[in-house]
Design a protein around this ligand. Structure first.
Ligand SMILES: [Zn+2]
Length: 132
């Protein structure tokens, strides 16, 4: 059964590892520093550059937060038996897609529709692509 669906336990394992990895990569300390610094006026010259860096940092951090949320949502869906089912059209999501993006909640067709903003959702993949 080379191309058959993987046992759900494998996805759970992958998701838990990924969550751990994201948590480790997020620097809570650095986030606190940046937020504290936002209140302190600095020299005009550096200001826009500094704001730009802060924006990038905060943006990345919120991407990590979002990814963590998607992962924990996926783990919940594993628990309640809806994992691997598209939340928009309720069709099974392909194993290939789950292997690539195990925290996805949409099949490729609905994801593409979401990316074209045909229905209301935030696309993590799109955000990650824009941040790269
Ligand atoms: Zn779908």
């Amino acid at each position: 059964m080379k191309n058959g669906p993987k046992p759900i336990a494998m996805y759970r394992n992958t998701l838990e590892k990924k969550a751990e990895e994201v948590r480790r990569s997020m620097s809570a300390q650095k986030a606190a520093q940046v937020v504290a610094r936002l209140d302190i006026p600095s020299d005009e010259g550096d200001l826009s550059q500094q704001h730009h860096e802060e924006w990038i940092f905060l943006n990345r951090n919120s991407l990590d937060m979002k990814l963590l949320r998607e992962i924990s949502d996926s783990l919940l869906r594993i628990d309640n038996g809806t994992y691997g089912i598209c939340m928009e059209c309720e069709e099974p999501i392909s194993a290939k897609r789950l292997d690539a993006v195990p925290w996805t909640k949409f099949c490729i067709r609905c994801q593409e529709a979401a990316d074209r903003h045909e229905f209301e959702t935030e696309s993590l993949e799109e955000l990650l692509a824009n941040a790269a």
